[in-house]
Design a protein. Structure first.
Length: 306
């Protein structure tokens, strides 16, 4: 099929070539012969009157025109996929869709799991694949591999897609329930061994970049972990302390022999942002998912304020 003399079948090949930057790898991804992919590249070069891919040393690099095509080509295909998945009437109870949701275990624990339970009744055919955001989260999102993403606000500005604030949470300290401290001082805080949580694009240790410039010394870190769920196991039965978000800390305090103390200093609250691909903005099923999440987040947002 042609549109303005362009063979639309070439659009999929172009998308893969722009991503893989290699004819052989593109052929493997498309499950077609290398000669067919080379022929398609030749037709694309002829249509755009541009080389698109040029050899630089041992690698192939995109021309300026090819770089400018990456986002619009990917958006066009994603919107097409979203369009053909629509049905004449949206019935939540009858929808059959899979959505990949990327979020920290903090957000899964306090919100996403609750949303999944709600969907089990309202939309049992809506399946959520919940994953931890990968290291290449931006690239994965742009490739359309993530349908709904939750990130702290400081990481969300890079995404030029629809997004909204979900909730803001404050920080508290967690210690073993047998710890005799009831009112934590800064001196005691610095004297204790710490459990630190690694988060973010570079898996930096939470709070450390914020804490050191303000107080002139690092905490004495005894354990590090890249998720929240193990934190109480590393604190209970010890003299250690961990600084973490209050909403998940309060849930943990109900299930583990730990207690919570106010931090002996003021910290910037964390704001969680929900981001979704622009091509799914008007998708009825995706809207239903987003609205379900936001409805359940509303009481959490109120309860998380200082």
């Amino acid at each position: 099929m042609r549109l303005d003399k362009f063979d639309l079948n070439l659009l999929i090949v172009l998308d893969v070539l722009l991503e893989k930057r290699n004819v052989t790898r593109a052929s493997e991804h498309l499950h077609i012969g290398q000669s067919a992919t080379s022929a398609a590249l030749g037709r694309l070069r002829e249509y755009f009157d541009d080389s698109l891919l040029v050899p630089v040393g041992r690698n192939m690099e995109l021309t300026p025109l090819a770089k400018s095509l990456v986002t619009p080509v990917r958006d066009t295909l994603m919107r097409a996929r979203a369009t053909i998945s629509l049905r004449p009437v949206f019935e939540p109870e009858n929808i059959m869709r899979d959505f990949t949701v990327a979020a920290s275990d903090y957000m899964i624990d306090i919100l996403i799991a609750q949303s999944a339970r709600e969907l089990a009744f309202s939309s049992p055919g809506m399946r959520l694949d919940m994953i931890i955001p990968p290291k290449d989260v931006f690239e994965s999102f742009e490739r359309g591999e993530i349908d709904l993403l939750f990130l702290p606000k400081q990481y969300s500005d890079r995404f030029q897609h629809p997004q909204t604030e979900v909730l803001t949470d404050v920080q508290v300290c967690m210690v073993c329930e047998h710890n005799k401290i009831d009112e934590l001082t800064m001196e005691q805080y610095l004297d204790m061994g710490h459990v630190a949580i690694r988060l973010g694009d570079e898996h930096s240790i939470t709070h450390e970049e914020w804490f050191l410039p303000r107080y002139g010394q690092q905490r004495r870190i005894e354990c590090t972990v890249d998720h929240f769920s193990s934190v109480p196991l590393l604190v209970m039965g010890t003299n250690r302390i961990v600084t973490l978000h209050r909403l998940i800390a309060e849930e943990m305090a109900q299930r583990f022999p730990v207690k919570l103390l106010p931090a002996p200093f003021e910290m910037q609250p964390v704001t969680e942002i929900m981001i979704w691909p622009r091509f799914l903005d008007e998708d009825p099923a995706h809207k239903w998912l987003r609205n379900t999440v936001m409805a359940l987040a509303a009481p959490l947002a109120k309860g998380s304020q200082p």
